[in-house]
Design a protein around this ligand. Sequence first.
Ligand SMILES: C[S@@+](CC[C@H](N)C(=O)[O-])C[C@H]1O[C@@H](n2cnc3c(N)ncnc32)[C@H](O)[C@@H]1O
Length: 367
Amino acid sequence: MTGTIDTPMDPTTLDMDRVGEFAQQVGGMLAGGATAAMMVVGDRVGLYAAMADGRATTSGELAERTGLSERYVREWLAQQAAVGFVVYSAEGETFTLPPEHAAVLATDDSPASMIGAAGLITGMHRRTEQVGDAFRTGRGIPWGEQDTATFESTERFFRVGYRANLVDQWVPALTGVEEKLRAGATLVDVGCGHGAPLLVLAEAFPRSRFIGYDVHAGSVEVARQRAAEAGLADRTRFEVSDCHGYRDEGVDVIAFFDAFHDLGDPVGAAAHARRALAADGTLVLVEPRAGDDLATTLATVPLAPISFAASTFMCTPNSLSQPVGLALGAGAGARRLREVLQQAGFGSVRVAAESDVNLVMEASPTP
Ligand SMILES: C[S@@+](CC[C@H](N)C(=O)[O-])C[C@H]1O[C@@H](n2cnc3c(N)ncnc32)[C@H](O)[C@@H]1O
């Protein structure tokens, strides 16, 4: 049953100012959810891209330039003006996308781009029934049963961070890894998804070999296509494999890009990686940024509301769908992750880098 509570509420005991303020806060959240859907549509039909030149436009001009229905474009523009994404001028009835907003909404090539994240919200909305059921049964939901919007959005949004940080910030922060990759090394990516980080690395380090493994066959197929389209198929290989199933040995670097906390058995996966690594190899975890406890995460991680939502809909259910079902969650934080790696036999675990969104850890296979 929803929408009813056992004990009827007595309105005379409530601070109605606080009720009003909180209702406004909730209204803002609902506007955010609705706006995510509007962002997906605006992106898909090319409205942000068409406004990226920063010129003031009427709905009629914009509809003409994009070949879209004016009536729909006008309604979309009004909503975008209501949330402050575009600026409305009553004189001339024009709408403008400021260049600073275009950097976030109109392109994937800006380090500030967030448009790719909107589809993640769409993906969640398409799984509310299944996740509600999972709350009742406690059963898991494998990653492969999520909506395709989730896969596409994960690839697109995370790629922004990988492009901005991976080669210039994170790899140099790891001990000796950049030198190895420049000279020619083997890097295995476990839980590779559509291969976004692996392809960024393969482009930057042409002498190295890159192997991606994922249990989700559909993702592996897409990763292969992306590699071929990018002209990187010569140095990349993508295979369907569970995190315990690959047979490589003497690997220089094994990385889990935003996948380690999703695993049912991260201790077992890390122990398997440890056996596959060369004695001087490096394990790398790129994980969502989180504090060591919930209070710290709530106070310091601006994306915590999205991170915990994604964790509820995707990360935790995926982990619970697999043996062990440790369900670290996206908010595991460095201390918990270190414990897991140490349990798997890794020594000298350290946080090598951090961004607004991610935590990068490295560990040596020697105890
Ligand atoms: C959040 S996605 C990250 C994808 C990619 N690494 C990226 O950063 O774009 C997590 C990935 O882990 C994969 N995965 C989940 N459980 C796995 C397992 N036991 N073994 C291998 N891959 C797994 C999922 O199929 C999914 O592609």
